[in-house]
Design a protein around this ligand. Sequence first.
Ligand SMILES: Nc1ncnc2c1ncn2[C@@H]1O[C@H](COP(=O)(O)OP(=O)(O)OP(=O)(O)O)[C@@H](O)[C@H]1O
Ligand SMILES: [Mg+2]
Length: 251
Amino acid sequence: MRIVIKIGGSVLDSLETAPWLRDVQSLVTEGHNLVLVHGAGSLITEALARHHIHTEFVNGQRVTTPDVIADVIREMRGIASMTVVSLCRQIGISGVGLSGADGGIFDAVMADESLGLVGRVATVRPQLVETLWSLNMLPVITPVAPDIQTGKLLNLNGDWAASGLAQKFAASALLFYTDTGGVRWDRNDPASLMREITVKQAQELMAQGRIAAGMIPKVQAAIEALAYGVEKVGIGRWFEPAMTTWVVRGE
Ligand SMILES: Nc1ncnc2c1ncn2[C@@H]1O[C@H](COP(=O)(O)OP(=O)(O)OP(=O)(O)O)[C@@H](O)[C@H]1O
Ligand SMILES: [Mg+2]
C-alpha cells in the first residue's frame, strides 16, 4: 500500500512518546510504501522569539515575512527534518530529508497576498518519492516549496501538502498524527474522541466551531483527499483505534 503520513509538529515536541515512530516502523516492516510530511510545532515560534521577530496574524494565520520564512526553513528543513530522519535511522529505516523544492516534488503558488510568503500546492511530481521507494528509502518531506512564478520559497500548510501527495499517489491511506489523537466532540475532553465521522458530520462540526484552530486544515485536507481518490483518511494513530478518527465519505 502507498501511505502518506503527516507528522504534526505537535507530536514532534514530545519525542520520547512517539507512537508515530513505532507505527512507521511496523508499516515499513509490513512492506508498505510510506512518505512522511512533517510539521514544526513550537520550533518556529521559539526561533522567532529568539530572533526578536514580531509577526502579525490575519484570520489566525501568521503573516510570513522574509525573516519568518528564513526561520521556517532553518527550523523545519534543518532541525525538524533531521530529527525525524535520525529517529528513523535509530529503528533501522533509511529516511531521506527533502524539501518540496527537491526533485520538483511541489510547485507552489501564493495563497493569499495578505499572508505573505504562504503558498498552496499547485503541482505534485511523484518521481523522486517513487525512486526512493525503489531503493527502500523513506522520503521525509518538509512543506516548503518555490513559487512557480517568482521562485521565492513559500511556507505550505503541512496538512494540505500531505493531502496533495496522497491525491497524486491515489494513496491507500492518508493519516495525520497530532497531539489530540483524533477529532473530539469537546476539544478539551479526550474521552469525547469520535472514532468515525462522515464528511457531512465533519462539515457540521466545523460550522458549529467544535472543530477549530489547527484541526480545521486537517479536516479540510482530509475531505479533499477523499473526494480525489484517497481510499482511507484518518486523524490519529494507525494501530490505536481508540485514538483515531476515520473520516468517511457520505452523510
Ligand atoms: N474538535 C477538536 N478535536 C481535537 N483537537 C482540536 C479540535 N478542535 C481544535 N483542535 C485543536 O487542533 C490542534 C491540532 O492541530 P495543530 O495544528 O495544533 O497540530 P499539528 O497540525 O499536529 O501540528 P503542526 O501544525 O505543527 O504540524 C489540537 O492541539 C487542538 O487544540
Ligand atoms: Mg497544524
